[in-house]
Design a protein around this ligand. Structure first.
Ligand code: SF4
Length: 330
C-alpha cells in the first residue's frame, strides 16, 4: 500500500481553564492510502476534529507519531514543516465565510499559497489561479471578486480551490458541507469526488453526517470519546457493525422503530468512564465492560474479507434490526 498519512498512537491532551486536563484524543492510530477517502465520524466532542487538526500539525501532538508520505512529521517545525506538510497537504474548513479573508479578492486568496511557497513566476501564478477558478466552475473573471459577493456554495468552492493550489496529496475536510443547503451539499461532494478521481488525492473526511460519509468514504473510522472504536470498509460497517456504538449510528439509516438510541449524553472527555467508555450508554453492557477497557482488535470482515477492527468485548451482539432494509444512500 502507498500510505500517505499514518497516525500511530496519537494523544492530544489540552489543559482547560481551571487547569484540568482533557484527553481530546487518546491513542488514535489510522492510515490513509493514496487515492483513498477515510471518513472519520463521531458525535461532537468525540475528538474527530482534533484528530484532523493534529494530523496536519495545526496542533502539536502530546505524544505519538505522525508520518506523512514516509516522513516523520510529529515534531518538525519551521521550514521543514512548511516544506513537507504545508506544501503537500491542505485543509478545507466547515465555514467558508470565516476561513476566507473577506478583505482579499479571490485571485489574491488563491494566489497566496503560491506566493508563500514561492512557486512559479507571477504570470504562472496568475494562470494557475485562472485555471483553478475555471475548474471549480466559477470562471477566471471571479478573480476580482470578494468573498462576500459569493453564495455559501461558491465560497466553499473557493475554499476547495485554495486547498488545491499546491497540488496536495492529502486534504483534510472538516464538515465541508455542514453549513450549506442540501442541494448545494451534493454539488460540493460531487466536486470533491471528481477532483479525487482526476488527481488521485487522499481525503480525511470528518463529518457527523452518516449518509454523506457512507457515500464518499472507502473506509470509515468511528470515534467515541477520543478513541477509535471501529474501522472498516464503509459498507461492511454500515451493514455489519460490530461495535454497539457503530450499530447505533448505522441504525439511524433505518426506520424510526428500528433505531438504536444510546442512553444519556456523551460523557465529558475530562472525566471519561472506566473500562469501556461507552458502557453507561451501551444497550448490551455487562459488568466486565465497566472495569476492562477493550482494545482495538484487528480482524477481517467475514463476508467481504476486508480488514476491520473494533474495540468491544461482545462484538456483533447488537445486531441491526432489519439489515436488508438498510437504505442505500443518496
Ligand atoms: Fe458495550 Fe461492553 Fe462492547 Fe463497550 S465493551 S461497547 S459496553 S458491549
Amino acid at each position: 500500500d502507498d500510505v500517505v498519512l499514518e497516525l500511530s498512537d496519537v494523544v492530544q491532551i489540552f489543559t482547560v481553564k481551571g487547569g484540568s486536563k482533557v484527553h481530546a484524543v487518546n491513542g488514535v492510530s489510522l492510515r490513509i492510502a493514496r487515492g483513498e477517502t477515510l471518513g472519520l465520524v463521531g458525535e461532537s466532542g468525540s475528538g474527530k476534529t482534533t484528530v484532523g487538526r493534529t494530523a496536519l500539525r495545526l496542533y502539536n501532538p502530546t505524544s505519538g507519531r505522525i508520518t506523512f508520505e514516509g516522513d516523520d512529521v510529529s515534531q518538525i517545525k519551521g521550514g521543514r514543516l512548511r516544506r513537507i506538510l504545508r506544501r503537500r497537504s491542505a485543509m478545507v474548513f466547515q465555514n467558508p465565510s470565516t476561513s476566507l479573508n473577506g478583505y482579499m479578492r479571490l485571485g489574491d486568496i488563491l494566489r497566496e499559497p503560491l506566493d508563500i511557497h514561492k512557486i512559479g513566476t507571477p504570470a504562472e501564478r496568475r494562470q494557475k489561479v485562472d485555471e483553478i477558478l475555471d475548474r471549480i466552475g466559477l470562471g477566471s473573471h471571479y478573480a476580482q471578486r470578494y468573498p462576500h459577493e459569493l453564495s455559501g456554495g461558491q465560497r466553499q468552492r473557493v475554499g476547495i480551490a485554495r486547498a488545491l493550489m499546491l497540488d496536495p496529496s492529502l486534504i483534510v475536510a472538516d464538515e465541508p458541507t455542514a453549513s450549506l443547503d442540501v442541494s448545494v451539499q451534493a454539488q460540493i461532494v460531487n466536486l470533491l469526488e471528481d477532483i479525487q478521481a482526476e488527481r488521485g488525492l487522499s481525503y480525511l473526511f470528518i463529518t457527523h453526517d452518516l449518509a454523506l460519509v457512507r457515500r464518499i468514504s472507502h473506509r470509515i473510522a468511528v470515534m467515541y470519546l477520543g478513541r477509535i472504536v471501529e474501522v472498516g470498509a464503509s459498507e461492511d460497517l454500515f451493514t455489519r457493525p460490530q461495535h454497539p456504538y457503530t450499530a447505533s449510528l448505522a441504525s439511524m439509516e433505518l426506520e424510526p422503530e428500528d433505531r438504536i438510541i444510546p442512553e444519556g449524553e456523551l460523557p465529558s472527555p475530562s472525566n471519561p468512564p472506566s473500562g469501556c467508555a461507552f458502557h453507561q450508554r451501551c444497550p448490551i453492557a455487562r459488568p466486565q465492560c465497566a472495569s476492562d477497557r477493550p482494545e482495538l482488535v484487528e480482524t477481517t470482515d467475514m463476508v467481504s474479507g476486508q480488514p476491520r477492527a473494533f474495540a468491544c468485548h461482545f462484538p456483533g451482539e447488537l445486531e441491526l434490526a432489519v439489515t436488508d432494509h438498510v437504505r442505500t444512500t443518496v
